[in-house]
Design a protein around this ligand. Structure first.
Ligand SMILES: [Zn+2]
Length: 587
């Protein structure tokens, strides 16, 4: 029985032309050989498994070949080429800097560099993972790199170019290797499969290529793994089972369910996915990619970004036809939000299910928008509020969603101003309680109940429609004074809010001037209470507040002790000395 040789080694390219996916780069190298313009140091950068070391070896072989082909490739027949191919050439020296990164390792290499080659013209030194060299080793190497003997050629390879010090970079010709595209990988795998008499579905090869993420070495190892598992006849189905990849079909079926608003089907499909042992997070990211692929399939220009096999590509094109761009933008946003919230969620399954429900509700909203001529994405209604744990919000959304949909008028209304009619009853009972509320209660739920609460005064007729009665500066000041009486907080806050009268600026906007950041912070904290009070008091829901900070050292009546000290110290520097000498603390 033959010894099994892994495909990555067996099918390692022997000439520049057979290197996959780096044609621009190999052409440049070949041109350099053709014109005999060899640099003494090269830096090959790029992700793992894309052919850096392979190209370095081919380059070493080619510049030493005694009988170059007309195409300036190595002949693979002369003594030098044969010794290279049998890995017994003395013209090539490889150092793996990942495991030999000390000064001594580099010194040994430098000693070798001085000795000219016995056969062939060049000694080639390949230093792999060169970014791993220690600082000392880098410095020891630098001298040799500056003045190498004419027979020496250095090829440094790295996956992390940014870690190479500039003094090395400036002495090298730099070549950037690309990730190998899915298409190129598939083509090469097809060639390998043919050589190995393996019968494999092209969609299956696509999955392998995607899994390998641009690295040919990984692609070939996965290929070997599949062959050893499934034998010589390999179907798409067996590959996705082996690689634990979720079938595209699930995502296509789900998207159909979203378009039809079919919540039940989408939940059942998700359940099936979980039962097959797939991870829910993987499912969510896969769904995001599916929406992305649909989006790029909509346009002839972007379809090149779709990296799937031909018949699956057709399926994408067909489904993309029935999805509007607006729909896809929203699905992407919703799926991405779910992805972001996934880690912090306590009930991950529910989180994903809520996402599915929201996705199912999209088509309805989309139609509403089209009929009312409103281009604003309905997604805003169900936005996740970032400062609240994801689940709480989403649960609430799920409850309120149907209501939102039954409302016939999706026109925009300023959010802060309009209290949903549903909440009114609650408020009337609780209205006077506002002043005694604990100041720390600021969860979203509380706020939503609180906001309209400040609006109602006893016996007053409840108004929920948009209000915009004009008002004067005097009325504004009066309203402000009334508000100060409702503040339950510390005395100094009341004092400073009292001391600052609002100024009417543009239209319905008013401005409050404060003298330090502490005051500003306090006002910000109360901003929403202030606004809803003022809006109701002035019977104008467009009222807005802005805060102006004005440093004013004369007025520290309402400042914090620290501010008072600073302002006094500015007038009398001796105070600072006194404080430090007596080691006084500000109380
Ligand atoms: Zn040769």
């Amino acid at each position: 029985m033959d010894n099994f040789v892994v495909s990555a080694r067996k099918y390692r390219p022997a000439t520049f032309t057979s290197v996959v996916g780096q044609s621009a780069l190999t052409t440049t190298l070949k041109n350099a050989i053709k014109s005999n313009h060899l640099a003494q140091a090269y830096l090959f950068c790029g992700p793992r498994g894309v052919g850096k070391t392979t190209c370095a070896r081919i380059f070493a072989k080619t510049i030493n070949c005694q009988n170059l082909t007309p195409d300036f490739e190595a002949c693979n027949e002369c003594e030098s080429c044969v010794s290279f191919n049998e890995q017994r050439s003395y013209n090539i020296h490889e150092l793996d800097a990942a495991s030999n990164n000390g000064v001594d390792d580099i010194r040994t290499l430098i000693d070798q560099v001085r000795i000219p080659p016995q056969i062939g013209k060049y000694s080639v030194y390949i230093i792999d993972e060169v970014h791993m060299l220690s600082a000392g080793a880098f410095n020891a190497f630098l001298k040799t790199l500056e003045e190498p003997p004419s027979h020496a050629v250095f090829i440094l390879a790295t996956t992390e170019k940014h870690k190479i010090i500039p003094t090395i970079l400036s002495r090298c010709q730099i070549y950037d290797f690309n990730r190998i595209t899915v298409r190129d990988t598939v083509e090469y795998l097809q060639y390998v499969a043919k050589q190995e008499n393996v019968n494999i579905d092209v969609n299956a090869l696509n999955i392998i290529a995607q899994k390998s993420d641009g690295g040919m070495r990984d692609a070939l190892s996965i290929f070997d793994q599949i062959v050893s598992f499934c034998g010589k006849d390999i179907s798409y189905q067996s590959v996705i089972e082996n690689l634990n990849v979720l079938d595209y079909d699930y995502y296509f079926k789900l998207t159909d369910a979203f378009l039809q608003g079919d919540v039940n089907s989408s939940l059942l499909i998700f359940n099936e996915v979980l039962n097959k042992g797939f991870d829910a997070h993987q499912f969510v990211t896969g769904l995001s990619s599916h929406f992305r692929d649909l989006l790029v399939s909509k346009d002839a220009q972007t379809i090149a970004l779709l990296e799937v096999g031909a018949d699956i590509g057709e399926h994408y094109k067909t489904q993309a036809q029935i999805c509007s761009p607006g729909f896809l933008f929203q699905t992407l946003k919703i799926a991405n939000d779910c992805d972001l919230n996934y880690r912090q969620s306590k009930n991950k399954r529910l989180l994903v299910e809520l996402m599915l429900i929201r996705l199912c509700q999209l088509p309805d909203e989309k139609n509403n928008n089209i009929s009312s001529g409103n281009d604003k994405p309905p997604i805003q209604k169900i936005e996740v509020k970032p400062q609240v744990p994801a689940l709480v919000v989403e649960k609430k959304e799920a409850e309120t969603q149907p209501q939102a949909q039954t409302q016939t008028q999706p026109q925009t209304q300023p959010q802060t101003a309009v209290a949903p009619p549903v909440n009114v009853k609650v408020k009337e009972n609780k209205a006077p309680a506002h002043a005694s509320q604990a100041p720390g209660r600021i969860s979203i739920n509380v706020r939503e109940v609180d906001k309209p609460e400040t609006v109602y005064q006893q016996g007053q007729k409840v108004e929920t429609a948009l209000k915009n009665s004009p008002f004067t500066e005097k009325e504004l000041t009066e309203a402000w004074r009334k508000f100060t009486k409702t503040i339950p907080d510390e005395v100094w806050v009341v004092n400073f809010i009292n001391a600052n009268t609002p100024k009417l600026t543009a239209g319905t906007n008013f401005e409050i001037t404060v003298t330090n950041m502490l005051q500003e912070k306090e006002l910000m904290k109360q901003q929403s209470d202030i606004l809803s009070f003022m809006q109701n008091e002035l019977n104008n829901s467009l009222v807005k507040m802005s805060i102006k900070v004005e440093e004013n050292d004369g007025n520290y009546r309402s400042s914090s002790p620290e501010d008072i000290y600073k302002s006094m110290a500015a007038k009398n520097p001796a105070l600072v000395k006194l404080r430090s000498e007596l080691n006084l603390e500000i109380d």
